[in-house]
Write a protein that binds this ligand. Sequence first.
Ligand SMILES: Cc1cc2nc3c(=O)[nH]c(=O)nc-3n(C[C@H](O)[C@H](O)[C@H](O)COP(=O)(O)OP(=O)(O)OC[C@H]3O[C@@H](n4cnc5c(N)ncnc54)[C@H](O)[C@@H]3O)c2cc1C
Length: 468
Amino acid sequence: MNQILQLLKQNIQDDARIFTEKADLVSYSFDASFGSYMPEYVVQPLTTEEVAAVIKLANTHKVPVYPRGQGTSLSGGPLPVRGGIVLDLSRWTSKLEIDAENMLAIVSPGVTAQAINDAALLHGLIYPPDPSSMNIATIGGNLAENSGGPKGLKYGVTKDYVIGLEVVTPEGNVIRTGGKTMKNVTGYDLTKLIVGSEGTLGVITEAILRLYPKPKATETLMAQFDDIVDAGRAISSILSAGIIPAKLEIMDKASVEAVEAYRPSGLPTNIDALILIELDGHPEAIKDEIKRVNDVCIKENARAVQIAQSKEEAAQLWQARKLVSPAIVRLKPTKISEDATVPRSKIPEMFQRLKEIREKYNVDLVVFGHAGDGNLHPNIIADERDAEEMRRVEKAVEEIFRTAIELGGTLSGEHGIGTLKAPFMEMELGAVGVDMMKRIKQAWDPNDILNPGKIFPEPNQRFVLTND
Ligand SMILES: Cc1cc2nc3c(=O)[nH]c(=O)nc-3n(C[C@H](O)[C@H](O)[C@H](O)COP(=O)(O)OP(=O)(O)OC[C@H]3O[C@@H](n4cnc5c(N)ncnc54)[C@H](O)[C@@H]3O)c2cc1C
């Protein structure tokens, strides 16, 4: 038995939580993005002591370690690009405490956001961050990617709800950042530094999360448009009218058609785009806001506005939005899901530019997403086996990134950088900006053992969308 395996066995209580067989390792060689890399070992720790022991031995023997939740990353975050140990934290679900008095949840890293929200609801509270993957992805992954969802528009994203963390450092030490207090300005804000660090600065072993009172009422409204650019203008106008919906999502013609072909729910297909809006809060305030949203949409050329008359009708509309992802992969097998984000005022221009990119590269570009906060999801549907098509797709995606940045936006609103977008980091941050980030990484992880090969581009790294 080799030395690393021997040491892992000494430090993990149960050998059944260590994997070295190829058949097991393959499951950890990919995520929900592109690229496939085999690890040498997979370990499923269930305590902070086990994580610390694994990291310590990895640091001593210079073996790379990759924290992993459920592997739903769309940017290559948990891929074991340099071999070594995958630390599967998804089995660690033992703690889900609701401290209702302080409106907090204290959780271990493998718990899902859905489970946190379900537990909070029992106390009349909610955990607002709602990534579409919330019923499968882990909170550790959500924290490491700073995940967001439709409710980000009004309630913010994961980073807005975390006030304390327990973290194992790349040298195997255990630290606590923040705590249970709402306010905490003692020194640098290490909590915020770890959130969104994509597993490169520490392994999150526990989190203290804020909860929020459950809103008294919610209403849903759908507006149909003959031109997606008008829909974009309506979104900007609703927000500039001082109304902040809980959710404001867009579906373009292609996504509506795909959903109707997949599981018909009566959505109109003879339109260019529709927007779905959820308002929440006090019932009287919502009544007024619904009317104002309706008026704004009509003014911005909406063909029709439909207000859901029952909870079931509202649920059906939101279900249609949720079905976009599974529906579009029936068109072609390879889905490239981007999350380029622009300032809200640039939403109409971004729609226009996306139309041009679709035509220029002749790609199947479908647009949907959290348009209310500028976080669009331009998805390209392609067939990975068609090399010529994939080259056009790569060019189209590059142009989407460039356009978002030109409009004052960002490469990623929520999916992270991982391996996939690393080649574009300098385009957004400049050489000095990237260098400052690298210096943080070097100071925390001098041996570069924790999730290496992520965020920062390797020399001559190119943007590629293949699994070779
Ligand atoms: C169908 C689908 C829909 C999605 N919808 C959304 C969405 O609406 N919004 C959104 O933001 N994302 C979305 N995603 C992307 C993905 O689900 C999120 O990024 C999610 O947070 C990843 O969680 P995970 O448990 O799968 O983590 P993984 O994919 O396993 O890992 C993600 C990153 O987190 C790091 N990591 C994991 N656990 C820890 C830990 N305990 N400590 C330190 N680092 C850790 C990993 O190293 C990696 O860098 C979607 C993905 C899919 C497939």
